[in-house]
Design a protein around this ligand. Structure first.
Ligand code: ADP
Ligand code: MG
Length: 702
């Protein structure tokens, strides 16, 4: 006999109270079964502690929630058409809601006597309070008053829900019935009891009921924590299983001892000593490559922390053991720069490298490929040209991916497929908050390099408006007289590439005239690669003093004598870009400066970005802020795809829960890497459901 379908797998359309119209609207937001509805969490709650009386409002106060009854409505036609609604709270205080958009629709949306909750930042006009386009929720006219201590859940919804007869009031009623009549059919807690106990989790069934119908604020907190834990646990379990599967791939076993080439590089060739952070990063690498397992390490180091030499050291360690190394970089400029550095470092050691770029002459490329295949060259460096199938190594042991965030997962995989699955060392100069690293790179080992070479002075950052351009130019000239060099960067926004380029070109012409006799050069994205390289080389060698550029110089470029980074239209740049650009200076012993020219008409977000830039040059703090400003979804971008959704957890705000969930998930994966133990059947089902049936599949890869 076939097992009966669990009640909560029933499509909503088949349940009383839903019907095709409501089910349809819900399906559009991904809510198809009764179970999905259980996991449709309120976005807000109302109770005494979260609402404000009109009498308590203060000018310039924070956003508030005001609950009241609709007393009057009025569509004003003269001037700018608008709809006004007067809401009266329980003490007789009144506030006006005002709508300028969608007046037709909104004016038909309310009834006199209806109870509403307004959310927003009220403004005072004389003695009248008002809220423009308030966020609002409808409350039950006959429902319990807020002062009875009940906590009322408010669901996301909006017009489509309202039109389908799915107001908050109705949703609450439908859910209430679901719990009352079928609550016992919700599956028992699938989490292994050890985990429930160890992390003091509220029972899963109780948590689901309580997130919709909390009996107290404490119960609600415990319920939310439990549901967050579950989401983050599934995410971390996915990473733990994937990582576990990959670790069964044996790696080339290298010794943990430094060989002669590496020793000599560190003590004789390098003109400086490693920083503590560089030493620790190298130690992590040596421990990985001697473990018998495949290294998969991400080194996160802020701009200028000196990742390149760590990469070189790692490759030399491979060469010491008879393997080759590869160094993959995202741009030709960077590849050229790495090749130039390698030439300096490798020559005294009697080693050879080859630079592979797209568009190289056939004959030259054939020669290089031959050298790599025969082992005549020990190290390859280059762009994605390195990834082509024709590039075959004699014995590739370790591959570095520089600025790895610029490459996709597939490209990383392509590098990994070369040779006998080389050890992988990934480098990123986009510092990622720890929370995000755990989430995005939870399947990698992470080393943080949080120290810059000794003797570096913090970069001074200032924001200027157009009015003060004269001052800025004087300062620039002063630095040039001191023998320093400067970058001047213009934004390049894809949609209007031509227009922006015009900006950069005219800026370049103006500077040329104004800064004579200093030499000004231009580099931008529409130049040929060799032209860009030549311009970079001229700047690097000191032949030119000022380099005007679009953001092509963003990553990796290293010219220690440059001390000024002047950014035009700074308000148009994102935070991580600003930070990357600023990282092009402050690379030598001299005091460096970052000057941000910004339009005075800027958004509040732009203002905050400029403020934090002026405030700190700690990349971790900056990216933490960036993440907060843009929200996790935007920050993750497309890379998040394939990972389970987070409906209630927030990787930034719930870092403590994330860490506990991670610990629990990794411990479970360690004892049962395929989730095949019978006592884990329930969590296996829950995990497969959370990963849309793919989780265990990922876990077998490797
Ligand atoms: P990033 O981490 O941004 O890639 P780089 O590897 O380009 O940084 O290093 C920045 C600069 O610092 C380079 O000029 C490099 O030679 C120099 N550098 C690296 N390590 C040290 C060190 N330990 N002491 C002094 N200078 C160093
Ligand atoms: Mg670098």
């Amino acid at each position: 006999m076939e097992a009966a379908r669990p009640y909560f797998d029933t499509p909503l359309a088949e349940l009383p109270g839903f019907g095709p119209k409501r089910a349809d609207v819900l399906a559009k937001t991904g809510i198809v079964t009764a179970r999905d509805l259980l996991h449709f969490y309120p976005r807000r709650y109302l109770d005494r502690s979260t609402t404000t009386l009109v009498a308590d409002l203060r000018p310039d106060g924070p956003a508030v929630t005001i609950v009241g009854t609709v007393r009057a409505m009025n569509t004003v036609v003269g001037g700018k058409m608008r709809f006004e609604l007067l809401l009266e709270d329980e003490r007789g205080g009144t506030i006006k809601g005002v709508w300028f958009h969608g007046v037709q629709w909104i004016s038909r949306s309310f009834k006199k006597g209806e109870r509403l909750a307004f959310h927003g930042k009220p403004q005072a006009f004389g003695s009248t309070w008002s809220l423009t386009h308030p966020d609002f929720d409808r409350l039950d006219a006959d429902g319990p008053a807020l002062d009875t201590g009940r906590i009322i859940p408010l669901y996301p919804g909006g017009q489509a829900f309202d039109r389908a007869g799915l107001s908050n009031r109705i949703l609450r009623r439908l859910l209430y019935t679901l719990f009352k009549e079928h609550g016992l059919e919700i599956e028992a807690d699938p989490m292994p009891p050890e985990i429930v106990q160890r992390y003091r989790l509220l029972d899963a069934r109780v948590a689901l009921r309580a997130v919709h119908f909390p009996k107290s604020a404490d119960e609600l907190d415990a319920a939310r924590r439990r549901l967050k834990f579950d989401e983050l646990f599934h995410l971390q379990l996915l990473l733990a299983l994937t990582k576990g599967a990959r670790e069964h791939v044996p790696g080339a076993v290298l010794s943990v001892e430094k060989g002669p080439l590496l020793q000599s590089f560190l003590t004789d060739v390098l003109p400086f000593r490693f920083t503590g952070a560089q030493d620790r990063a190298l130690d992590d690498v040596l421990a990985d490559v001697s473990s018998g397992r495949q290294m998969n390490r991400l080194v996160q180091g802020d701009v200028g922390s000196g990742k390149t030499v760590v990469a070189v050291a790692a490759m030399l360690h491979a060469v010491d053991h008879g393997y080759q190394g590869a160094f993959l970089a995202p741009t030709e400029i960077l590849s050229e720069q790495h090749a130039a550095n390698l030439a300096r470092y490798l020559e005294p050691l009697g080693l050879q490298h080859r630079l592979l770029l797209g568009g190289q002459r056939k004959k030259l490329r054939a020669e290089y490929l031959d050298d790599l295949a025969n082992g005549r060259a020990q190290i390859a460096v280059g762009t994605h040209a390195l990834l082509e199938e024709t590039v075959v190594f004699q014995n590739l042991g370790l591959a570095v991916v520089d600025e790895q965030h610029r490459f996709g997962v597939m490209q990383r995989a392509a590098m990994f497929a070369k040779g006998e699955r080389p050890h992988m060392l990934l480098m990123t100069a986009t510092p990622i908050p720890r929370s995000l690293a755990l989430t995005l790179y939870g399947d990698l080992d992470v080393t943080v390099m949080n120290e810059r070479p000794a003797g570096r002075k913090p970069i001074q950052t200032r924001v200027f408006s157009e009015k003060r351009r004269g001052e800025v130019m004087e300062f620039l000239k002063h630095q040039l007289r001191e023998g320093r060099q400067a970058y001047v960067v213009y934004p390049l926004v894809e949609e209007s590439e031509k227009l922006d380029l015009k900006d950069a070109v005219s800026g370049y012409e103006q500077l040329q005239a104004e800064l004579r006799p200093y030499k000004v050069d231009l580099v931008h994205g529409q130049m040929f690669a060799y032209e860009k390289d030549e311009a970079m080389q001229r700047f690097k060698s000191g032949e030119t003093d000022v380099l005007v550029a679009t953001t092509v110089i963003e990553v990796g470029v290293d010219v220690p004598n440059a001390t000024v980074m002047l950014i035009e239209h700074a308000e148009r740049f994102g935070l991580s870009q600003l930070h990357q650009l600023r990282g092009r200076v402050g690379r030598g012993g001299e005091q460096s400066y970052c000057l941000l020219m910004a339009d005075v008409k800027r958004t509040r977000e732009a203002e905050e970005r400029l403020e934090i830039m002026a405030d700190t040059d700690d990349g971790f703090r900056i990216s933490e802020f960036d993440l907060r400003q843009r929200g996790a979804g935007d920050f993750f971008g497309t890379r998040q795809s394939g990972l389970p959704d987070l409906k209630i957890a927030d990787v930034v705000q719930d870092l403590d829960v994330l860490q506990q969930a991670r610990e629990a998930a990794f411990a479970l994966a360690a004892v049962d890497p395929r989730l095949s133990h019978p006592q884990h059947a329930a969590i296996r089902t829950a995990f497969q459901r959370a990963t849309k049936g793919k989780g265990l599949g990922y876990a077998q890869v490797g």
